[in-house]
Design a protein around this ligand. Structure first.
Ligand code: GLY
Length: 339
């Protein structure tokens, strides 16, 4: 088992690769710990939850809302949870987001950690400290930035992860490759999802590489004044699509990445669009879709990267090198409507 410690402004995160709930006993006393999970994860791994206080939530993005936070807070009060209680989110991105958020606000803050169970949560949602909930049509509209005390990686949980969830997670891996890691992009081009699904060592290495990319970016710019913005590649359009259509996060940001490549070609001479589209399609992600552009633009306007009449858009200079460029909302609207 390998351990890495990342220090952030107000806390450190211990990242344990090759561990899981069995290791949790070494760092958290079951008497003072509450696990938060969803029905799918609980049913797939019931045995692992034995002996732990557990709150089981309904599964899905539709439940990443204030009503769920209220219900969890009420349950914690019934359980007499206090400031010494540790919350542990065991699940995908919805569970890590809700757990981090509840832990940030309950009694003004509890220690918390994660055991991510999906590729997406492993490489993205569990890392970085952003947490929160959706409000109506707006994704992640309310939340805080607060770092988990620990993240435990147990790759055996992937044995029960459905194919579509593998694809969903690979969208974030492709995103990291596009903005930061040309060599990883080449490896993704050369390999297949089937290869990563069947070779335990390959997926372990790929997950670790992505965790390190993300943790290093966040460490340098925890509060998103600069480089951290790059992690939003594909997300401006992606989030707007995700709330308007029945798309998984990875599918929505995949279309968002294709549009960002198109903008990159127009704004900064990017010439490798087709390679990005090919990799997305190779991992069974949609690169294009027809959608109501005006309706989606009306949601996109509320993106957190907008500053008055301009949007800070994440573009690519070349594969492996992301950049942020300001684009006027008028220009952005025109380019989206004409895409
Ligand atoms: N929790 C995900 C992030 O901080 O980006």
């Amino acid at each position: 088992m390998e351990k890495r410690i990342f220090r952030f402004s107000a806390a450190s995160t211990e990242i344990h690769f090759g561990s899981g709930i069995s290791h949790l006993r070494k760092i958290a006393d079951p008497k003072f710990t509450v696990l938060i999970t969803d029905e799918n994860v609980y049913h797939a791994h019931t045995r692992r939850f034995r002996g732990w206080n557990t709150i089981v939530l309904k599964a899905g993005e539709a439940y990443k809302v204030q009503a769920t936070v209220d219900a969890v807070v009420e349950t914690l009060i019934e359980m007499e949870a206090d400031r010494k209680t540790i919350l542990v989110g065991v699940g995908g991105g919805v569970i890590t987001d809700i757990t981090g958020y509840v832990a940030s606000v309950y009694m003004r803050g509890l220690r918390f950690g994660f055991i991510p169970t999906s590729i997406l949560a492993m490489v993205d949602a569990a890392v970085g400290g952003k947490n929160g909930i959706d409000v109506g049509e707006y994704k992640n509209m309310v939340g805080t930035i607060r770092q988990p005390a620990f993240i435990l990686y147990d790759m055996t949980v992937l044995n029960s992860l459905p194919q579509v969830e593998w694809e969903n997670g690979f969208a974030e891996i492709i995103k990291h490759a596009c903005i930061k890691d040309a060599a990883m992009f080449n490896a993704l081009e050369a390999n297949t999802l089937k290869y990563y699904r069947s070779k335990r060592r390959a997926i372990e290495e790929l997950v670790q590489r992505n965790v390190l990319i993300k943790a290093k970016v966040v460490q340098k710019d925890e509060f998103e004044k600069g480089d951290r913005r790059l992690l939003n590649f594909g997300h401006t359009l992606g989030h707007a699509l995700e709330t308007q259509y029945e798309l998984l996060h990875g599918q929505a940001i995949s279309i968002g990445m294709t549009f960002a490549c198109h903008l990159s070609a127009k704004q900064c001479g990017f010439t490798q669009n087709q390679r990005v589209v090919n990799v997305l399609e190779k991992y069974n992600l949609p690169a294009y879709a027809s959608f109501n552009k005006q309706k989606v633009f009306d949601i996109l306007k509320m993106d957190k990267k907008r500053e008055r009449k301009e949007m800070n858009y994440v573009l690519l200079e070349k594969i492996g090198k992301g950049m942020v460029k300001t684009i006027s909302m008028n220009d952005l609207q025109k380019k989206l409507l004409l895409w």
